[in-house]
Write a protein that binds this ligand. Structure first.
Ligand SMILES: [Zn+2]
Length: 648
């Protein structure tokens, strides 16, 4: 089989945004896809990153008294940290303020100018002077007012460079007519084709009113307009200027995942830029839908923005990943409801998946001391289940080829359902009681094969849970390192020792959950009142001044590192707002790096530096737990306490 290349991108996210469920959705989808393609043996290049230029960044930075670059450096971490927490396996992370990118933007601009596809003209539009921004007709307020500040807009005209997009519209239309799979789903394809048929205008691609951007080559008065700059990131990271070999390998296989709001940029402007540069347009642009939250549009003012950090913390990363991709067909809009997530955890994960694993390993333990038996004669019912394994692999591949994540998961769950039914049909406990050893061997071996297939097929969706399942099935290593072409899914490795482990997905008690949620929504955290009395064990009284001499401050954990040979220690990177620093803390037994990243904790900031296991620690964090050190809780604080603020 010849090697295949696969290049997938998420949009680059605007650093002025707070990461929400929409960002998490696109990036998780891309991650699942890339992990799956790696398991199919493809060479995969997976890119995400941040969009850092433009008016809004410049203005927010000014308001905060920092430079635009400083602001971007800081807020970019919100995304990077989220990808760490959500287990995203991107190969590169591009920032549009990087030098490697600025060079590519200027080089492409220059090339298009040299060949006559960029010309100087004049741009006219409605402009908000205080906001220093043009407002398109479609987003104006009543009586031509600014949607941001409400003040009246004025007609403005400025010199601008234009990209001759009109010249290439017919060629792009012909490309789409020959490649209907190049835009998915079909409804978006139709939308773009009819848009192209109505004609494309030349595009203004520079501004003189804006400073925070990439200078136009040879004309410092202008900066390149943000979207022209941003789209080019996909070519930069692929090695357009710096690694021609990589570019030749991956560019012909480029696919973009985008939200439906930005498809005109990705399906019209960007492919036209590529055609003008003599490059192939994307193999596919997939536009996914939007999420509402509990039936309502998500918005900051409603306060219903779903925080992916919180969802991952409360429900676990794997259930969150699973839910987003299972609940709604990828191209359609969906509604995010926590109750629906709880129900999926219970029915799909705890019941369907958890039960098959537990029942099988339990029987393997009871009847065969945990060892996978060699199968005896294969009856039609066994053959039916075994062929379903092969069929499921084929279906999952076919569905993921068109980004149909929910359909792929449904087919895996159909296999799980068949496995659970097979237990009821074959009644292994009866075979055990009757001493029908050969038949029992076949049944257990078949069930093992189903579980291994399910583990491998779900691994891209739930990397951590799949790994734990794999260990319970007696494999060492990571299921994601397996390659479908070389795994004989139907054959269970006879003699392999299984080891029943912890419950993979504990059931959530729905009544308890509802109570906790009501308490949370009404503002009192009723569920958290401790019922045990804390034993009294007081120190001597101290003065308020002595207490005040302890400088307690709010810090965010932005990175966690293991320290070689230190079993109990982590090195934590903290952001105190005014500075970043490293502390060493003996909390490794209680937390994974994912538990810690993104948390706002309390640190003693004026503790004398100390060196632990060769690492200098500047401060300590606060935590509490029982005397026997069997558990530990971190002191955390919500986001209304800014980084670096004093605790008093
Ligand atoms: Zn305004």
């Amino acid at each position: 089989m010849s090697e295949k290349n696969f290049y997938l991108t998420t949009p680059i996210y605007y650093v002025n945004d707070i990461p929400h469920i929409g960002h998490a959705y696109t990036t998780i989808a891309a991650d699942v896809m890339c992990r799956h393609m790696r398991m199919r043996g493809d060479n995969v290049f997976f890119l995400t990153g941040t969009d850092e230029h433009g008016q809004k960044i410049q203005q927010s930075a000014e308001a905060k008294g920092m430079t635009a670059q400083e602001l971007a450096d800081k807020t970019m971490l919100n995304f990077r940290n989220l990808w760490t927490v959500l287990g995203i396996s991107n190969d590169d992370f591009i920032r549009t303020t990087e030098e490697r990118h600025e060079r590519v933007v200027q080089s492409m601009f220059q090339k298009l100018m040299d060949q006559g596809d960029i010309y100087k003209g004049s741009y006219e539009g409605w402009y908000c002077v205080p906001c220093e921004t043009y407002v398109p007709e479609s987003s104006m307020g009543e009586n031509r007012t600014c949607p941001d500040c409400g003040r009246p807009l004025v007609q403005m005209q400025e010199e601008s460079y234009f990209f001759r997009a009109s010249k290439y519209a017919d060629r792009l239309l012909a490309y789409y007519e020959a490649n209907p799979q190049a835009i998915l789903p079909r409804s978006r394809y139709n939308e773009i084709v009819s848009f192209l048929r109505s004609g494309v205008r030349d595009q203004s691609i520079s501004r003189t009113t804006l400073k925070w951007g990439i200078p136009v080559p040879g004309d410092d008065k202008h900066v390149v307009y943000v979207w022209f700059d941003a789209l080019i990131n996909y070519a930069t990271a692929c090695g357009y200027l710096d690694d021609r070999e990589k570019f030749a390998k991956f560019w012909p296989a480029v696919r973009h995942l985008v939200g439906k709001d930005i498809i005109r940029f990705h399906c019209v402007i960007w492919p036209i830029m590529l055609l003008a540069l003599g490059l192939n347009p994307p193999v596919c642009v997939f536009a996914h839908g939007w999420w509402t939250v509990e039936g309502e549009k998500m918005s900051k003012s409603k306060g219903n923005v779903v925080d992916p950090f919180e969802m991952a913390r409360v429900y676990g990363v794997d259930p969150f990943r699973y839910f987003l991709l299972r609940e709604v067909p990828f191209g359609l809009d969906g509604d995010f409801s926590e109750l629906a997530m709880v129900q999926r955890v219970n029915s799909d994960l705890a019941n369907d998946l958890g039960n098959l694993l537990n029942r099988t390993l339990q029987m393997m333990g009871n009847y065969r001391d945990g060892k996978v038996p060699a199968p005896g004669a294969i009856l039609p019912v066994d053959e039916e289940v075994l062929s379903l394994i092969d069929a499921t692999l084929a279906t999952v591949k076919e569905k993921l080829d068109v980004f149909s994540f929910d359909e792929a998961l449904k087919s895996i769950w159909a296999l799980l359902g068949r496995g659970n039914k097979y237990i009821d049909e074959t009644m292994p406990w009866k075979l055990g009681r009757e001493g029908n050893g050969e038949r029992l061997d076949t049944v257990l071996s078949t069930l093992f094969a189903v579980l291994r297939a399910v583990t491998l097929l779900t691994a891209p969706f739930m990397p951590d849970a799949a790994k734990r399942m794999y260990v319970q099935l007696g494999f060492s290593g990571d299921p994601l390192d397996e390659r479908f072409p070389s795994v004989a899914l139907r054959n269970a490795p006879a003699g392999q020792m299984t080891q029943k482990g912890d419950v993979l997905f504990p059931r959530i008690d729905v009544d308890q959950w509802k109570k906790g949620r009501e308490a949370k929504l009404s503002g009192k955290d009723g569920a958290q009142v401790p019922d045990a009395k804390i034993p009294s064990e007081h120190e001597d009284e101290i003065s308020i001044d002595l207490f005040k001499s302890v400088e307690l401050r709010v810090a965010e954990v932005i990175g966690v590192e293991e320290i070689p040979k230190a079993k109990k220690l982590y090195a934590l990177y903290l952001d105190l707002g005014y500075e970043k620093r490293k502390i060493v803390s003996g909390i490794k037994e209680f937390f994974t790096p994912q538990d810690l990243i993104g948390k706002r904790i309390i640190v003693v900031a004026n503790l004398k530096p100390a060196t632990l296991c060769g690492v200098e620690s500047r401060g300590m964090l606060l935590a509490a737990g029982p005397k026997d050190k069997s558990a530990l809780g971190l002191l955390t604080v919500d986001e209304s306490a800014p980084l670096g603020s004093r605790v008093s």
